[in-house]
Design a protein around this ligand. Structure first.
Ligand code: CTP
Ligand code: MG
Length: 232
């Protein structure tokens, strides 16, 4: 059974405001992109890694990921994360429909082998898998600055990545999504949930250390995590 990991690094890190994409920033002396790619390269269940990068940074990404033998391609992404996922799916055109594919945010350098294990194991009998962590904060839905709904906290999780799919299923979801002029989604499970509502999305446990480096404060946290996290 083929397993391919896609590391999505096509963003430009507007919220970080570092003047270059945040995945090139170093934590613990290594670029965030390298840490994310290394986690999948070192995982025995992963056969190949595809990196998606913003135009203009392809050469830098190729140079950074060259040491990782499973990196099969560095492809150009799109203006949105969704467009970058589509670019990856195009690059995977020759992979079989029953392949397992994992989509991971390059901005999450501390994904660990146990999390990848849980996603891959769940994909043995589920077509779509997400990782979720409980929320310490209460999360509410607002409309016009006022609370519109207050779901019970114990029913909520925050999604991280990797999100895993059978390739044929995520292809089918994107085929429908791309035919929708009102397409909007922030992640790949969102596409499956919206366009293939009959496909259950299994949720396995995530890990608080698998944070998405987003704002400048996250670099401070990531530097600290780098000193106490075993990376590959
Ligand atoms: N991503 C991508 N292609 C895009 C946008 C995002 O591959 N067009 C990737 C990012 O590189 C990141 C992941 O998706 O690894 C999650 O996105 P996010 O944290 O929002 O990163 P950025 O879009 O770079 O940051 P910002 O939204 O602050 O600009
Ligand atoms: Mg973004």
């Amino acid at each position: 059974m083929r397993t391919v990991a896609v590391v999505l690094a096509g963003g430009i890190g507007q919220r970080m405001g570092a003047g270059r994409p945040k995945q090139f920033l170093e934590v613990g002396g290594r670029p965030i992109l390298s840490l994310a790619v290394a986690a999948f390269d070192a995982h025995p269940g992963v056969d190949a890694v595809v990196v998606v990068m913003a135009a203009g940074h392809l050469r830098a990404a190729a140079a950074l990921t060259a040491p990782y033998g499973k990196v099969a391609a560095v492809v150009e992404g799109g203006d949105t994360r969704t467009a970058s996922t589509v670019a990856a799916l195009t690059a995977l055109a020759d992979e079989p429909a029953d392949a397992k594919v994992l989509f991971h945010d390059a901005a999450r350098p501390f994904v660990d082998a146990a999390t990848i294990d849980r996603v891959l194991a769940a994909l043995d009998d589920a077509d779509a898998v997400a990782v979720g962590v409980p929320s310490a904060d209460t999360i509410v839905e607002i409309a016009d600055g006022t609370v519109a709904a207050m779901p019970a906290r114990h029913t909520l999780v925050r999604f991280q990545t990797p999100q895993g799919f059978r390739l044929g299923v995520i292809r089918a979801a994107y085929d429908r999504a791309l035919a929708d002029p009102a397409l909007h989604a922030t992640d790949d499970c969102g596409i499956v949930h919206r366009y293939l509502p009959d496909v259950p999305i299994r949720v396995v446990a995530g890990d608080e250390r698998n944070l998405k480096v987003t704002h400048p404060l996250d670099i401070v946290i990531a530097e600290h995590l780098a000193t106490e996290t075993e990376t590959v």
